[in-house]
Design a binder for this molecule. Structure first.
Ligand code: BTN
Length: 258
């Protein structure tokens, strides 16, 4: 099966953004994260986009397998944000908000976000975002935003959260090019907004889009905890009250229980 995406059209429509400087598209890769990383380490510029029709070993958070058959949108975007590494959580949150917002506007669907990186529709998982980065002391050398969206693909089996696709939600096939264009435009817009105005506008939008209840359970290591959600910190961490103390949860350490 070939990559049935018209990348010429995608590039033309996004030219005006002046942000996406380099495109790589393949029929199959192990993971777009791997290819993006190789290019990041070789000095590729911010704005590199790596897209694949399918991934043989797509991955999610905590190295979980991410099933990526033809029909879905699987891509990685390289950023080199001029922020301290401990604020990388902001990029995870802004990416989820950007993708949710773009899809809400384009497909009129009530898509929500679940900290730190899930895209939720009708209480099912529409997609997820994976952040990988390399730091050099006080700065970020590269940061890759990996976006996986169930669009027209068969839904994954044996997954923690029941999945949903845009096709299922809309009752029709969705043009992958169109979907990629609106999502990338949204990411560029939110990222630039963040660099210009900081995290506050994104934090406000996150609050409106978040599906988190007041009380949550989360797993850290082998232990399960109950906590009360207090909000999002300036660095994109989830502030909770737990055992009488305020604590900031780091995305890389915890999994929220459904
Ligand atoms: C999650 O929900 O755990 C995050 C899933 C992220 C999947 C995307 S698909 C494109 C990119 N390549 C990968 O191997 N993973 C991300």
């Amino acid at each position: 099966m070939t990559l049935d995406m018209d990348m010429g059209r995608v590039r033309r429509e996004l030219e005006g953004e002046g942000f996406f400087r380099w495109w790589i598209y393949r029929e199959e890769v192990s993971s777009t994260m791997d290819l993006a990383r190789q290019h990041a380490e070789a000095g590729a510029p911010e704005g590199l986009v790596v897209i694949a029709s399918r991934q043989s070993t797509g991955r999610g958070r905590f190295g979980r397998r991410w099933q990526s058959p033809v029909g879905g949108l699987w891509f990685s975007l390289l950023l080199r944000p001029p922020i301290k590494p401990d604020r990388s959580g902001c990029i995870a949150v802004l990416s989820a908000v950007a993708v949710a917002q773009a899809l809400r506007e384009s497909y009129a669907l009530p898509i929500k976000v679940k900290w730190p990186n899930d895209l939720i529709l009708h209480q099912r998982k529409l997609g997820g975002i994976l952040i990988e980065l390399s730091t050099g002391g006080e700065s970020i050398d590269w940061l890759i935003v990996g976006v996986g969206l169930n669009v027209n693909n068969p839904l994954p089996s044996r997954v923690r959260v029941p999945p949903i696709s845009l096709r299922e939600a809309l009752g029709r096939d969705v043009e992958l090019e169109e979907c990629l264009i609106v999502v990338l435009r949204g990411l560029a817009h939110h990222y630039r907004g963040f660099l210009r105005e900081g995290f506050e506008p994104i934090r406000e939008r996150w609050q409106e889009l978040s599906v988190l209840e007041d009380r949550i359970s989360f797993d850290r290591g082998k232990e399960r905890f109950e906590a009360q959600v207090k909000g999002l910190s300036e660095s994109g961490k989830l502030i909770v009250e737990h055992a009488g103390r305020l604590e900031e949860l780091v995305a890389e350490e915890v999994t929220l229980v459904q």
